[in-house]
Design a protein around this ligand. Structure first.
Ligand SMILES: Nc1ncnc2c1ncn2[C@@H]1O[C@H](COP(=O)(O)OP(=O)(O)OP(=O)(O)O)[C@@H](O)[C@H]1O
Ligand SMILES: [Mg+2]
Length: 220
């Protein structure tokens, strides 16, 4: 599903990623752990096509058979909207929209008709135990509920891969555990691939595979 080879990233003179290689299979849940500043977020942003790696000989990034380097900005936006989902530490829901509307946004960007998008959004919110919260705005939801709305938003276009950066970083232990269980349930039901950066040891260990980043490289 994801093949990355010799990924490098410089911020000015700072060499943040120093040749990352990885290969993630369809339906796999992979966690990435490592010290603060090791380069985890930088790597996730590059894998998620939100940022570009520096072009170095023989570096390569393919997701679901698409060569990311070869896509134009426009093709890349479409690819990201249709094939990738994102969950961040801070849910980044839009405050002026309801839960239902927030979930629908990626579908509207994809030009899905309103009725169809809303039907799917409701199915996802129901699946996530939020049937009674469609019309609540983010500030009328608990932290765990907001994060589940963000998960529904990440899922609405049926992405092939979900990238999560410290998804449970802001949740209490019970909400975090529920969210983690949810990831596995989603993988089992929808076959999604997950790449999760986390400082949560339990979540990291639940994954099919745990990758450790040290100083810009994956060591295990
Ligand atoms: N836009 C930027 N410009 C310059 N340096 C940056 C930029 N983004 C990140 N860095 C630096 O790159 C290094 C890796 O940052 P990154 O955010 O990937 O770390 P991380 O492993 O996600 O850490 P944390 O666990 O604290 O989130 C850090 O030293 C950081 O200061
Ligand atoms: Mg980070």
């Amino acid at each position: 599903m994801i093949k990355a080879k010799n990924i490098h990233k410089y911020y000015g003179d700072l060499h943040v990623l120093k040749g990352v290689d990885l290969h993630i299979k369809k339906g796999e849940i992979v966690s990435i752990v490592g010290a603060s500043g090791a380069g985890k977020t930088t790597l996730l942003q590059i894998l998620g096509t939100l940022d570009r790696a520096n072009t170095i000989n023989e570096s390569l990034l393919t997701i679901n058979e698409a060569s990311i380097d070869k896509l134009s900005q426009k093709q890349l936006s479409k690819f990201r909207n249709e094939q990738l989902g994102f969950i961040f530490q801070f849910h980044q829901l839009l405050p002026e929209f309801t839960a239902l509307e927030n979930v629908c946004i990626p579908a509207f960007i994809k030009k899905t008709p309103k009725a169809k998008a809303e039907k799917r959004a409701k199915e996802l919110l129901d699946f996530l135990g939020l049937s009674h919260r469609y019309d609540h705005k983010p500030n009328e939801l608990s932290g765990g509920e907001q994060q589940r709305v963000a998960v529904a938003r990440a899922l609405i276009n049926n992405p092939k891969v979900i990238f999560a950066d410290e998804p449970s970083g802001n949740l209490d232990s019970e909400a975090a555990e529920n969210l983690h269980k949810l990831f596995f349930k989603l993988r089992d039901e929808f076959g999604q691939t997950f790449v999760i950066v986390t400082h949560n040891q339990e979540l990291a260990d639940m994954a099919d595979r745990k990758l450790v980043m040290v100083d810009g490289k994956i060591i295990g």
